[in-house]
Design a protein around this ligand. Structure first.
Ligand code: NI
Length: 138
């Protein structure tokens, strides 16, 4: 385990109270863990801006009855095999499908894939969850 260092932070009282309320709502057991997560969040954001290997998931909601939609989504995924780890398709109800595409690779390519999929006519909602391979964060 890496060496743990303690440090003091000077903070406006009101801001600290708001922070304490926020982390309580978010179920953190203490300030240290909340601050660690905020720091990690910043490093993950940075990985997506200037890194070359990120991980995450693209989530799509669409109506599979729409003509050619399924083919389009599949065709595009075949063109981006280099960043797609796996795809899970869930039939939500009679009409709606949920597709979860696990991605890993160059952030620009992953974002491009997410943008292309989201922009397809008939995709009701699309979201990219930008996470990390975990190598750059402790
Ligand atoms: Ni389906």
């Amino acid at each position: 385990m890496a060496e743990v260092v303690r440090f003091g932070v000077s903070l406006d009282r009101e801001l600290l109270e708001r922070f304490d309320n926020l982390i309580k709502e978010k179920n953190y057991s203490n300030r240290s863990e909340a601050i660690r997560d905020l720091i990690r969040e910043e490093f993950v954001k940075r990985e997506w801006i200037e890194g070359d290997d990120v991980a995450g998931a693209i989530v799509l909601i669409y109506d599979h009855h729409r003509k050619d939609l399924l083919n389009k989504i599949t065709d595009i995924q075949h063109n981006y095999q280099n960043v797609i780890i796996s795809t899970q398709h869930i039939h939500l109800d009679h009409d709606n499908c949920l597709e979860i595409i696990a991605v890993r690779g160059n952030p620009k390519e992953v974002k491009k894939l997410a943008d292309i999929l989201k922009a397809i006519k008939g995709v009701k909602h699309g979201a990219l969850s930008m996470s990390s391979t975990g190598k750059e964060i402790i």
